[in-house]
Design a protein around this ligand. Structure first.
Ligand SMILES: [Zn+2]
Length: 87
């Protein structure tokens, strides 16, 4: 992956309460922005940035869109590979 990590305001993963201070935009569209997709490095759930660059759960409509995205599937697969190597 070719993404760059950037500092974002502190927030908590809504799934596992992981404490975020940095983020990588997994869709490769530049810096995090409202509506950009990211992945929790701890639990691997897909998250979406709010306009204040905090993370939130995707809406049901977004979840449906992400399920059809080959890019997001690829990132989730990469996350599982890394996770398996670390544990
Ligand atoms: Zn998490």
């Amino acid at each position: 992956m070719n993404s760059e990590s950037v500092n974002v305001p502190e927030s908590l993963c809504p799934y596992c309460a992981y404490h975020f201070e940095m983020a990588t935009n997994v869709t490769g569209q530049g810096l995090p922005h409202a509506g950009a997709v990211t992945l929790c490095i701890r639990c691997g759930e897909i998250l979406v940035f709010t306009e204040h660059l905090l993370v939130r759960k995707p809406t049901p409509m977004e979840t449906e869109q992400f399920a059809r995205s080959p890019r997001i599937e690829e990132v989730k697969r990469a996350w599982r590979t890394v996770k398996n190597e670390l544990t």
